[in-house]
Design a protein around this ligand. Structure first.
Ligand code: ZN
Length: 119
């Protein structure tokens, strides 16, 4: 290898190799908008709000997903660390929180009924 070849290798191939895990993760991560829309139709008769903001977060260690309401819209946030392990039950879990948001108890009777219904 000449010096120019080594430089070309370093500048082109090395960044490409380092980039592969990022690209793979992007391809393997479920598309949240699609998962939400499909689940809304399939399990919730399209009754959940279409304005829900979906995103991946980096910081909630040990939490697969969380749901918040800002007074206008729901925010459904999935932990990127579990991107390849997200199950439909995790999605339904959060969507039932949206469906039963006014229930005082976190996983109360209405939430449990929602989970049982969403089959
Ligand atoms: Zn919960």
């Amino acid at each position: 290898m000449t010096k120019t070849h080594k430089l070309a290798f370093a500048l082109l191939v090395v960044p490409f190799i380092l980039f592969i895990p990022l690209v793979a993760r992007w391809f393997l991560s479920p598309n949240l908008a699609v998962v939400y829309a499909e689940s809304n139709a399939r399990y919730f008769n399209n009754e959940l709000p279409t304005t829900t903001v979906l995103d991946w977060n980096e910081h909630e260690d040990g939490t697969v997903a969380s749901t918040q309401f800002d007074g206008e819209r729901f925010h459904l946030s999935f932990n990127r660390a579990y991107a390849n392990e997200i199950q439909i039950e995790d999605v339904k879990h959060e969507m039932c929180h949206i469906a039963t948001w006014d229930e005082v108890e976190d996983h109360g009777p209405r939430w449990q009924e929602c989970m049982a219904r969403a089959k």
